[in-house]
Write a protein that binds this ligand. Structure first.
Ligand SMILES: *Cc1c(COP(=O)(O)O)cnc(C)c1O
Length: 428
């Protein structure tokens, strides 16, 4: 039998790919008109790496790696194993895994904590009857994304206060006293609510009681030091978005952490349409570590393609090799340019907020509605419905502040944003 690759038509995928200039496409200089063809408007993104707008822009080497990855078949287990080594090296964790996003990483990580290598428990999820299924969390850390943990069938046990002392005042003893024989984990998202117990202390308390800590660090990059910080502080599992600062595929993420938990993630995530005789991980069974093959588990609905795995790893390596200072200079220049372009507009006040440890400085435009005659929401809506459509950040819009996040802005778009903003703000 001929090898699979040579069975493909000679004029197949790889030839088509070679004709496209992916660098030009990534930099917006060449267009295939895919969105025009579908009749869907593109948007200039001054709002940041938001999932609802498409996340981030992948750089040409990432697109090229994905195109090449798509042209060959691999055993996904082999690819994940190698990707995990790269993630481990970059994060300092024992092991790593490529997931479809930080949220998927949290769901899968939670499933791994609940089931371990117990195939019967894997099969039971997300029904957690009879399992340790409580997750302790500080009230000041509750957020809409923690649905990703609840998806695995857990129940939160909340501790701490929402007010004094601090905005999310919690004491270590409150976490400790909430841990009992039903506790599966402590959740500690990286959300800087004043008064919450910091990760290192949470990990110390949890580990003293034999309980793992799972960390949502989806949007906590840059600074790059955060690639290693949370593992170093004792997190057992940490999830990062691949489609935000890392600039990987939108539907990708990094899960880093303990090797035994990552092994459980792999078993519950990969297709597992396998037979024992040829299963890559059959050693687990022969050594008695698993009772059998955990077919099509909890994570099967969150599958990752080889293109995403290769794209994420390419982007992660590039991101890790980059420098916060160089990024800060690039993003600051963009923010400076927009600030300079708006300087003379009446009825606004300009300031900065230091996003991501100062690496991505946002421009804050405080709108004086009595002068402009429009609220921040009016302006945001007008920009989004205008031509070209521009999305700016509505994070502080309830205070009549529009923020411009330079992360997703191309240099060629800076003048367009200034021009549209000036027009909508009534500067001319
Ligand atoms: C973006 C985000 C997520 C979700 O990450 P995905 O990679 O889109 O799945 C989870 N938690 C927080 C705090 C986030 O900002």
């Amino acid at each position: 039998m001929k090898p699979l690759k040579s069975c493909l038509p000679e004029s197949g995928g790889s030839d088509t790919i070679r004709m496209l200039d992916l660098t030009a496409i990534a930099e917006g200089r060449q267009s295939m008109g895919v969105y025009d063809d579908l009749g869907v408007r593109t948007i200039i993104n001054g709002a940041g790496s938001l999932t609802r707008l498409g996340g981030t822009r992948m750089e040409a080497p990432v697109l090229e790696a994905m195109a090449e990855a798509a042209a060959s078949f691999v055993r996904i287990e082999d690819l994940q194993a190698r990707a995990g080594e790269v993630i481990a090296e970059i994060t300092g964790a024992e092991a790593g895994y490529v997931v479809t996003g930080a949220a998927a990483g949290l769901s899968l990580g939670m499933a791994a904590i609940l089931a371990g290598l117990d195939v019967a428990k894997m099969d039971q999820l997300p029904d957690t009857t009879g399992l340790r299924n409580e997750v302790v969390v500080q009230r000041g850390h509750r957020n809409a994304y923690d649905h990703a943990l609840r998806t695995a069938g857990i129940k939160f046990v909340e501790v701490g206060y929402l007010a004094y002392p601090g905005a999310g005042g919690t004491y270590g003893w409150q976490i400790d006293s909430a841990i009992n024989e039903r506790t599966a984990a402590v959740a500690c998202p990286i959300i800087d609510t004043p008064g919450t117990v910091p990760l290192a202390e949470v990990a110390e308390i949890a580990h003293a009681r034999g309980v793992p800590v799972i960390v949502d660090a989806a949007a906590s990059l840059p600074p790059r030091a955060n690639l290693r910080k949370f593992i170093a502080e004792g997190a057992d599992l940490v999830a990062y978005s691949g489609g935000k600062a890392i600039r990987g595929p939108q539907a990708s993420g990094v899960l880093a952490g303990r090797a035994d938990l990552i092994a459980s993630v792999a078993l519950q995530h990969q297709d597992m349409d396998v037979r024992m005789a040829t299963w890559r991980s059959r050693d687990l069974a022969s050594k008695g570590l698993v009772a059998g093959i955990p077919h099509q588990g909890f994570g099967r609905a969150m599958k990752v393609g080889r293109e995403e795995i290769v794209g994420l790893i390419t982007a992660l390596r590039r991101f890790a090799a980059g420098s916060d200072d160089a990024d800060r200079a690039m993003y600051t220049a963009r923010t400076d340019a927009i600030e300079a372009g708006l300087g003379s507009v009446a009825g606004i006040a300009l300031s900065r907020s230091a996003g991501n440890g100062g690496v991505i400085p946002h421009l804050k435009i405080t709108v004086d509605e009595s002068v402009i005659g429009k609220s921040a929401y009016d302006i945001l809506g007008e920009l989004l419905d205008g031509d070209p459509a521009i999305a700016l950040s509505e994070t502080h819009a309830e205070f009549n502040i529009i923020s411009v996040n330079p992360h997703g802005i191309d240099d060629s778009e800076v003048e367009i944003i200034i021009d549209r903003l000036r027009t909508v703000l009534g500067a001319r």
